[in-house]
Ligand binder design. Sequence first.
Ligand code: PEP
Ligand code: MN
Length: 267
Amino acid sequence: IASTEVQQHPSVVTIGSLTIGGGTIGVIAGPCSVEGEEQILETARQVKKGGATALRGGAFKPRTSPYSFQGLKEEGLRLLALAREETGLAIVTEVMTPSNVELVASYADVLQIGARNMQNYDLLAEVGKQPKPVLLKRGPSATMEEFLLAAEYILDQGNKQVLLCERGIRTFESHTRFTLPLASVPYLRQHTHLPIVIDPSHGTGKASLVAPMARAAVAVGCDGLIVEVHPSPEEAWSDGAQTLTPTAFEQMVAECSKVAEAVGMKI
Ligand code: PEP
Ligand code: MN
């Protein structure tokens, strides 16, 4: 269903403030985790000012260690909805289990499937049965074929609004948290009509590398960016090292807009 042999024209996903695809680059920004009312509202205002078209924030967090902060759960979802009410930004947030799909979908505009869950087929089928768009992250060890077949699990249930997100893969290299293969963008463009999103935050793990990789992602033709932003990254409860300040984010969007213009796209 995802193949360019089935559909030649690019799929465009529009929900609330967010449009991704067909020449418009969606910019999804916000903290790794929702930490509280003031933090998420302040971030939402700042990223909107900086040029974001949607707000991200994890309420259910898939953490490497069970002893790390696991998210505010439903309270986090409520706070995201509050931020949408105030700013008008569409909400992107992760759902980790099939049993929580209905709950998360009742608050979110876009359901995120985390990298660790890319091959959780029951979860993919469940988000495929509901109408909200799905942002599917590539598993850190998944091949492109596995990634595209994971998308098929969602599409096959009737949900055609799938965004493919390259967020970096596991390699021998350790100077970055993951290795961000930007060849994924033109490769996927040739093989699928689905919009392609790049996550330079998880893809690099380092705040100083996020803007350069975002510019490069736009240059190779991505349809969207998802970027971690926090009012004080050094105080973030998760992923602070790869998180931009609102000022750095605004600068990044301004730079990306120029690159977008050069390749015939707009932000
Ligand atoms: C996230 O977006 O904060 C996240 C956990 O991403 P990933 O699933 O790509 O690790
Ligand atoms: Mn994160």
